[in-house]
Design a binder for this molecule. Structure first.
Ligand code: HEM
Length: 398
C-alpha cells in the first residue's frame, strides 16, 4: 500500500555534482515513493516510470500553462510558448508545428538528411581524430534544422549557445539560470531581426509559421515563441543525443560490432541511446485541484518536477536499466515526453539519428573515443567535448 504522506529529502537536482551524475539521485527518489518533496527548492518530484507517464498523460490535473521551468522569470518569459500552454491554445499552436514536423511532411527531407549525414561521417573518417561534440554532433542539427527553418547560412553561429542557455534558464534562481535568461533575450532579438518574414527561405518551416499568422490560424504574437521553440528544442537536444550515441558505441565495441552485423537493429539502437541518456532530463508541471500521483494527493498549486530521465532508468520498467543493451528496443521510453506535449520534433530527431547511424555502418569499421568532458546544464545532459576517431571501412586491411 502507498503511504499518503509525501516524504521529504534534501537532494538538490541542480547541484553541479548531481548534474555530473544524476542517476544515483534519481534512484534514491524512485525508492522514496511516487512523489517526493525536495526541501531545497520547495517543489515536488516524480521519478518512477509509471508515474512520470501518468502525470504527463493527465494534463487536466498537471498543467503546463503556469510554465514548465523552475523559476518565475523564465515561466513569464516563456508564457506564450507552446510548451507552456494548455488546451485549447496548445492545440492551435501545435497544429502549425504538427503540419511540418509529422512523418508525412518529413518524407521529402529524409534524403537530404541522409546525404548530409553521409558527408559528415565521410569528413570525420578522413581525419586522424576529431571532436565528436564540436566537429560532429554540433554541425549536423544546426545544418539540418537551420535549413528546414530557412535561416540564412551565414547567420547561424550563436544558435547553439542560445539553445544551451535557454535550457539552463529552466533552472531554479541562480547564476547559471540568470546567464541562460540573458541568452534567451539574445535569441529573441535574433528572431526579431534575422528570422523574419523577409529573411526566411520561401517554403521553409520558419516561413510557414508566418504564413499561419497571415492566414489567421495563429495570432501574430505567437510567431516569435514558435520560432524560438524550433531554435531551442530542435538543436541542442539532438546535438547531445548524437554525442551520446558516439560515446556509447565507442565505449561498447561489442555493441558496435553487433550493430554492424545486424543493421536492422538501427531503430532499436536509437531508442536505447535516447533511453539511457535522455538529452532533456526533466521539466515540470503545476498541480490543479484533485491532482494525485499513484493515489497520493498533491495540493493544487504545487510545482512538480517530472523526471523523464529517471523514468527511463526505472528497474521496474527496464531490467538492469543502467546497461546499454542494443537489443532492448525500449520504444516506450520517456525521452520525448508523453501525451499532449510529446515532442513535436521526435520524427525529425529520429531521422537524424538513424541517418548518422546508417552512414556510420556504411563507412566506418571502428569507433574510438577518449575521455569525455561533461556538460553542466540545468536540464540538458550532454558533453562539451569528446575526442574521437573513426577507422574508415576497409582501411584496416590496406
Ligand atoms: C533528441 C532530440 C529531442 C529531445 C530529447 C526532445 C525532447 C522533448 C521533450 C521531453 C518534450 C516534452 C516537453 C513537455 O513534456 O513539456 C519536447 C517537446 C517539444 N519538442 Fe522536442 N526534443 C528533441 C528534438 C526536437 C526537435 C528536432 C524539434 C523541432 C525541430 C523539437 C521540438 C519540440 C517542440 C516544439 C516541443 C513542444 C511540444 C508541445 O508543447 O506540444 N524537439 N521535446
Amino acid at each position: 500500500m502507498t503511504a499518503l504522506t509525501i516524504p521529504e529529502c534534501d537532494v538538490d537536482l541542480f547541484d553541479d555534482e548531481v548534474l555530473r551524475d544524476p542517476y544515483p539521485t534519481y534512484s534514491l527518489l524512485r525508492h522514496m515513493g511516487p512523489v517526493v518533496r525536495l526541501r531545497k527548492h520547495g517543489f515536488l518530484a516524480v521519478a518512477r516510470y509509471a508515474d512520470v507517464r501518468a502525470v504527463l498523460n493527465d494534463p487536466e490535473h498537471f498543467i503546463s500553462g503556469s510554465g514548465v521551468g523552475f523559476n518565475d522569470e523564465f515561466n513569464q518569459v516563456r508564457a506564450s510558448s507552446i510548451i507552456a500552454s494548455d488546451e485549447p491554445r496548445h492545440d492551435m499552436l501545435r497544429s502549425v508545428l504538427g503540419e511540418r514536423l509529422g512523418p508525412r511532411a518529413l518524407k521529402g527531407v529524409d534524403n537530404l538528411i541522409r546525404e548530409r549525414a553521409s558527408e559528415l561521417v565521410a569528413e570525420a573518417a578522413r581525419r586522424d581524430s576529431f571532436d565528436a561534440v564540436k566537429d560532429f554532433g554540433e554541425v549536423f542539427p544546426v545544418q539540418v534544422v537551420g535549413e528546414l527553418i530557412g535561416l540564412p547560412v551565414d547567420k547561424r553561429s550563436h544558435l547553439l549557445r542560445w539553445a544551451n542557455g535557454a535550457f539552463n534558464a529552466f533552472g531554479p534562481p541562480g547564476e547559471r539560470t540568470s546567464a541562460g535568461l540573458a541568452d534567451i533575450a539574445e535569441q529573441f532579438e535574433y528572431i526579431r531581426t534575422v528570422a523574419t518574414r523577409e529573411h526566411l527561405a520561401p517554403g521553409s518551416m520558419g516561413a510557414a509559421v508566418y504564413e499561419a499568422a497571415d492566414r489567421g490560424l495563429i495570432p501574430e504574437e505567437s510567431c516569435l515563441p514558435l520560432l524560438s521553440a524550433y531554435l531551442t528544442a530542435g538543436m541542442d537536444t539532438t546535438v547531445n543525443a548524437l554525442a551520446a550515441m558516439i560515446h556509447l558505441l565507442g565505449t561498447h565495441p561489442e555493441a558496435w560490432r553487433e550493430l554492424r552485423e545486424n543493421p536492422e537493429l538501427v531503430p532499436s539502437v536509437v531508442n536505447e541511446v535516447l533511453r539511457i541518456e535522455a538529452p532533456a532530463q526533466l521539466f515540470s508541471r503545476v498541480a490543479a485541484h484533485g491532482a494525485q500521483v499513484a493515489g497520493v494527493p498533491v495540493e493544487a498549486g504545487e510545482r512538480v518536477a517530472v523526471i523523464y530521465a529517471s523514468g527511463n532508468r526505472d528497474e521496474n520498467q527496464y531490467p538492469d536499466p543502467d546497461r546499454f543493451d542494443i537489443r532492448r528496443n525500449p520504444a516506450g521510453h520517456l525521452t520525448f515526453g508523453s501525451g499532449l506535449h510529446v515532442c513535436a520534433g521526435q520524427h525529425l530527431a529520429k531521422i537524424e539519428l538513424r541517418a548518422v547511424l546508417e552512414a556510420l555502418i556504411g563507412q566506418v569499421d571502428a569507433i574510438t573515443v577518449g575521455e569525455p568532458v561533461r556538460k553542466i546544464n540545468n536540464v540538458l545532459r550532454g558533453l562539451t567535448s569528446l575526442p574521437a576517431a573513426f577507422t574508415a571501412r576497409g582501411s584496416e586491411q590496406s
